[in-house]
Design a protein around this ligand. Structure first.
Ligand SMILES: NC(=O)c1ccc[n+]([C@@H]2O[C@H](COP(=O)([O-])OP(=O)(O)OC[C@H]3O[C@@H](n4cnc5c(N)ncnc54)[C@H](O)[C@@H]3O)[C@@H](O)[C@H]2O)c1
Length: 275
């Protein structure tokens, strides 16, 4: 799903699906104020309008929030290129990267290059259904040069239960959000093999060290301090304790590797994707 904010209205592009009872997901969201498939039991604000038409959803928007699984991002950008406001600001909550023949491409770079607009990122220990019930969490906005744009995003997202800090390290923040999902698979294996908490803590410590080394190899500008923000150590911990990659990797190890990740993803995640 991608959200588009325009004054008080939040237009949310929703990839249209037909629910088992034959109704369209967007119709149900607009009638009930609830995303019954992906966030059941949570009332969205009345100003959130679900729109199945991507081009209509982004038209005239001055702030674009991207929060779609990474594998769909390139296609989405190509569809909306040239159809958005030239002065629009973007932010990506998407974790992952496009791996191309010429090397990895961060999603914020993909958005900037395809759409010709500035793109910040927001990452952190932010499991969606906990935030939805207003449990306290922190998040990190990563920005490249435009501090004013970053401050606007901080203002927009900040609440008493969602504390947002901006750092000038877009690649560092984005790589933290991406690479912790790999460490979470190792944490899931540790759980599935019942190796205990000491081993899991070692996986997290070594994983964080490798995340830092790998990030700096890709982008020497990445800052050490970023790994101590919410996007770094905090997101790593929450993902290794509770995330979906951990859960499916645990099942994979428990089944002795005899059931594939694809099969377990379809069975365990109810339409959500591994990251
Ligand atoms: N769920 C979380 O707690 C959380 C927290 C922070 C960041 N994120 C990031 O947000 C992004 C989206 O995660 P998610 O958990 O909302 O989604 P997900 O991975 O669970 O996938 C389900 C979503 O994908 C959409 N979808 C399915 N097919 C599609 C298609 N062909 N084209 C476009 N969209 C399609 C569905 O409408 C649904 O919104 C990911 O990059 C994730 O890392 C998620």
């Amino acid at each position: 799903m991608s959200c588009v904010m325009n004054s008080d209205e939040v237009r949310m592009w929703v990839y249209e699906e037909t629910l088992p009872n034959g109704e369209k997901l967007t119709d149900v969201i607009n009638q009930t104020n609830e995303n019954v498939k992906y966030l059941p039991g949570i009332k969205l604000g009345k100003n959130v309008v679900a729109d199945p038409d991507l081009e209509n959803a982004v038209r005239d928007a001055n702030m674009l929030v991207f929060v779609t699984p990474h594998q769909f991002m390139e296609g989405i950008c190509k569809r909306i290129a040239g159809k958005i406001r030239a002065d629009a600001e973007a932010i990506s909550l998407v974790k992952g990267m496009e791996v191309k023949m010429e090397g990895p491409c961060m999603i914020s770079t993909l958005i900037s290059e395809e759409l010709g607009i500035n793109c910040s990122v927001l990452m952190g220990a932010n499991i969606a259904n906990e935030i939805a019930v207003e449990k306290f969490s922190e998040a990190t906005v990563g920005y490249r040069q435009n501090r004013e744009a970053a401050e606007r995003w901080v203002q927009l997202f900040y609440t008493h239960y969602f504390i947002v800090t901006a750092v000038q390290d877009v690649e560092g923040v984005e790589l933290c959000g991406t690479l912790k999902n790999v460490v979470a698979i190792a944490a899931g294996f540790v759980d599935g093999l019942e190796m205990g908490n000491n081993t899991k803590a070692a996986i997290m410590r070594l994983g964080l060290r490798e995340m830092k080394a790998f990030s700096k190899l890709l982008f020497p500008s990445v800052k050490d301090s970023t790994f101590f923000e919410s996007c770094g150590v905090a997101d790593l911990i929450t993902t290794c304790l509770g995330g979906r990659n951990r859960k499916v990797a645990e099942a994979y190890a428990k089944n002795g590797g005899k059931r594939s990740f694809d099969e377990l993803e379809a069975e365990m995640l109810q339409g959500q994707k591994l990251q």
